[in-house]
Design a protein around this ligand. Structure first.
Ligand code: HSE
Length: 436
């Protein structure tokens, strides 16, 4: 029987999931392609560590080049992550004529174009479904099911760790720090959660999705990135009171003159579907010209969900092999020679609604001072709430604005901060409502 011979780089959680899936479902998978997916070799720095899986005749090695250059390997699965040595190894694997499947979002988002170009020139696949939202089949959906449809905007909950933290903060009324510490203890959050909580992981995924959507090279450095580390339980409670939830969203929009690319905590109406995505789940909403809005939801991380995406990519390579097809679908959907950068619109040009939270002195005339400043910057108020009474301490004043521009908000906030009655730097969070 025809075979696709597989070598894996890295034997962590996802590697174990891939081994298990091939063992448990290998025979079923053959029925989908007529090709056996045969795991030949795994390279790991710790070959002697017990992973609790029976490897049979699969070779374990600490020499990555036995995978990357091995004559008995057709496809290399890169599960090391990061840039170095992953980039060099993927390049070497392609140069030695092997297809590559990777779960490495940083690599595709920041160094992907050169590698995809190399793969295409060599008639090889470089597949990365697992890199974006784990098991959620968003890459394939955009490259194939929506391939003909101009995408107008993407909204994504692209990081399970952040969504879990925000969900716990809301449900239990806890602070960011205490939920993060608990999540780390339970193993839901990485020991070093920087990439997750600062929005970098979500931005890598957004860069890839926006590239596929808009026919551009991935533009990670063009994304405006804000994490969730400055979100307080106070804002989460106020958001609820005003009819919203706070989500870390990746947002990509194709607008006249360019694209809007941002990852940021966002208030979303509690009645919207995106608001109901809770815990570790990921969800992507794509609005395209003909299909309208489509939604993709599922588990964005973990052993089995990520393995499902990796093995599906392997199966696709097997199918192409048995059909004699080469590079049937370009890595980013649009052929690399047709990828064209688009200007990223300045955040100052952004237009939307805003949530503002001020700490103000509780005395007559303060509300008038605040609204006068907002009026001066042509910022119209949709709702305003003040709570509590205090003779000496500041009390919270929360405002939801009508549509305005980021520029006006930034100038207005500066002017508000200068008021004697405003006691702390005002907080602001952007609001998104256009999910239909
Ligand atoms: N750490 C990511 C998350 C998964 O929490 O969603 C891998 O990108």
């Amino acid at each position: 029987m025809e075979e696709l011979r597989i070598g894996i780089l890295g034997f962590g959680t996802v590697g174990r999931g891939v081994v298990t899936m091939l063992q448990e479902h290998g025979d079923e998978i053959i029925k989908r392609s007529g090709v056996r997916l045969r795991l030949v070799r795994i390279a790991t720095r710790t070959p002697s560590r017990d992973r609790g899986v029976d490897l049979g005749d699969v070779e374990l090695t600490n020499d990555v080049y036995r995978v990357v250059n091995g004559d008995d390997i057709d496809v290399v699965v890169e599960l090391i992550g990061g840039y170095d040595p992953a980039e060099a190894l993927v390049r070497d694997a392609l140069n030695s004529g092997k297809h590559v499947v990777t779960a490495n979002k940083a690599l595709i988002a920041e160094r992907g174009v050169g590698l995809l170009d190399l793969a295409a020139n060599k008639g090889l696949e470089l597949s990365f479904e697992a890199a974006v939202a784990g098991a959620v089949p968003i890459v394939k959906a955009m490259k194939e099911s929506l391939a003909a449809d101009p995408v107008e905007r993407i909204y994504g909950i692209l990081n399970g760790t952040c969504n879990y933290i925000l969900t716990e903060m809301r449900e239990k009324g806890l602070s960011f720090e205490s939920v993060l510490a608990d999540a780390q203890e339970k193993g839901f959050a990485e020991a070093d959660p920087t990439f997750d909580v600062e929005g970098i992981d979500a931005a890598h995924k957004l860069a890839i999705l926006a590239a596929i959507a808009f026919g551009t090279p991935p533009n990670f450095s063009g994304i405006h990135i804000e994490g969730i580390n400055h979100i307080s339980d106070v804002d989460i409670a106020w958001a609820m009171e005003m009819g919203y939830r706070i989500k870390l969203l990746g947002i990509a929009k194709r607008l006249e003159g360019g694209v809007e690319l941002r990852v940021q905590p966002t208030l979303v109406p509690e009645s919207s579907m995106v608001a109901s995505v809770e815990g570790v789940f990921n969800s992507v909403f794509v609005r395209s010209a003909y299909a309208g809005t489509t939604m993709y939801h599922g588990r964005g991380a973990g052993e089995k969900p990520t393995a499902s995406a990796v093995v599906a990519d392997l199966l696709e390579i097997a199918r192409n092999q048995s059909a004699g097809a080469k590079c049937r679908v370009a890595g980013l959907s649009v052929l690399t020679k047709h990828l064209k950068p688009l200007p990223v619109l300045d955040m100052a040009e952004l237009s939307g609604e805003y949530y503002l939270r001020l700490a103000v002195l509780d005395r007559p005339g303060v509300l008038a001072d605040v609204t006068t400043v907002l009026a001066r910057y042509d910022i119209s108020i949709d709702a305003i709430r003040q709570k509590g009474r205090s003779q000496k301490d500041a009390v919270p004043l929360v405002i939801v604005t009508h549509k305005t521009t980021e520029q006006r908000i930034q100038s207005g906030l500066k002017a508000l901060e200068a008021l004697e009655s405003v006691r702390e730097k005002p907080r602001f969070i952007r609001i998104e409502t256009g999910f239909a």
